[in-house]
Structures are given as C-alpha cells and as structure tokens.
Design a protein around this ligand. Structure first.
Ligand code: FES
Length: 102
C-alpha cells in the first residue's frame, strides 16, 4: 500500500467529494460530518459515479438509481451486505492522502 496525495485540505470541504483514479480504479473521497472517507467510486448496481452521490447520515446515495452505501464500511446500507472496498485516509500538513494498493 502507498499513501497517495488526493488534494489539499481546503479543496475538500464539509459535504464535498472528489474522485481519484489509481491504476485504473476509481475511488471516491468524502468529507462528511467531520470525518474523511475513501471507498470504491463505482456503484455495484450499474456503475454509477459515487463521488457525485448525495451524503446523508453516514451514507452515500448513488445519483443514478439510489443505492445506498455506508461510508465507513462500504456495505449496502439496507441489506448490510459488503459491497465496496474502503481505504485508509489521513489528513496532515494541509494535505489529504489515501492508502492505496501499489
Ligand atoms: S448505478 Fe448506482 S444505483 Fe444504479
């Protein structure tokens, strides 16, 4: 794993998200309710862009058909089934970094 810089802290304000592409994989990064999260950025239903989803009570809602995922686990919010990978994330020195596979 390697810590990859995603953006400057001020580029990800409360309620915002950014999308990162790493080795062909899309990762969605969020700041929600004072916490940072990084999960797979492609919806398991039909590939919707989760970085453009709405954030509600610790979940992201896919903008295409409304599937909901827990930000902390990547689980489907209704069935609790594991669906999306999650990644370590840290903020230090004004930078946000995600722990990604090499
Ligand atoms: S593509 Fe995400 S809910 Fe359908």
């Amino acid at each position: 794993m390697v810590w990859k810089r995603v953006c400057a802290s001020q580029e990800l304000n409360e309620g915002q998200s950014v999308e990162v592409v790493h080795n062909g994989d899309v990762i969605a990064v969020y700041r929600h309710a004072g916490m940072l999260y990084a999960i797979d950025g492609v919806c398991m239903h039909q590939g919707g862009p989760l970085a453009r989803g709405r954030l509600v009570d610790g979940t992201v809602i896919c903008p295409w058909h409304g599937w909901q995922y827990e930000l902390s686990t990547g689980n489907h919010a209704i069935t609790c089934k594991p669906m999306l990978k999650t990644f370590g994330i840290q903020e230090a020195g004004g930078t946000i970094e995600v722990d990604l596979p090499e």
